[in-house]
Write a protein of this length. Structure first.
Length: 200
């Protein structure tokens, strides 16, 4: 009996001492497998995405946007310049039309001015006031009288139909000796040159 009890105690002691090997872990409750990440979460998370994709596409998209911006800017500048030129040409055309219409009216009134001048030269009373008033109105709108005695002869403003010798030596240029018919200009444009006698 004593021998058997000693053997049993030795077996218990040997079983209780570790033999250097890990006992098998106890099986616990089975853990549920984690669901795979959805494609949306993978796309939404920039850190989980491939950094090479962003580094390649971002500069290309930026260059495309800059090219489109420059193209739109050039188109806008071209259209703005064309509109500015069109507006300038339209204003000039309208101004020329108004000036032509006014000059045409002034040209028609030259007959009235000639009649007033002829009546004054013949001594008709009451015409000088009408002539002065008409000249004042037209002068205010741009009419200029051409041809005065002793002014230098200018073929752009004068039409020489007669000439006379001054009898003086060393005269540099011809001058107007007599105005046979008054000339007129409208805003710098000659409506009718003055018909004059020139002294050489």
């Amino acid at each position: 009996m004593s021998a058997q009890s000693s053997d049993v105690s030795e077996l218990d002691t040997a079983a209780s001492e570790p033999d250097g090997t890990d006992p098998a872990p106890e099986a616990g409750p089975a853990s549920e497998p984690e669901p795979p990440e959805s494609s949306e979460s993978a796309t939404a998370d920039p850190e989980s995405a491939d950094p090479g994709t962003f580094s390649d596409e971002a500069p290309a998209d930026l260059a495309t946007a800059i090219a489109e911006r420059d193209a739109y800017l050039e188109d806008l500048q071209r259209v703005t310049a064309e509109f500015t030129n069109f507006r300038r040409q339209t204003m000039k055309r309208n101004t020329d039309l108004v000036a032509q219409a006014a000059s045409r009216l002034a040209r028609e009134l030259l007959v009235v001015l000639d009649a007033c001048e002829a009546a004054v030269s013949q001594g008709v009373e009451g015409i000088e006031a009408v002539q002065a008033q008409l000249l004042g109105v037209l002068t205010g709108e741009g009419l200029t009288v051409l041809g005065t005695v002793d002014e230098a002869f200018d073929p752009g403003f004068h039409e020489a139909v007669m000439s006379e010798d001054s009898g003086a030596d060393g005269q540099a240029a011809p001058v107007v000796a007599e105005v046979l018919r008054t000339g007129y200009a409208w805003n710098g444009r000659v409506l009718r040159p003055a018909m004059v006698k020139v002294r050489n």
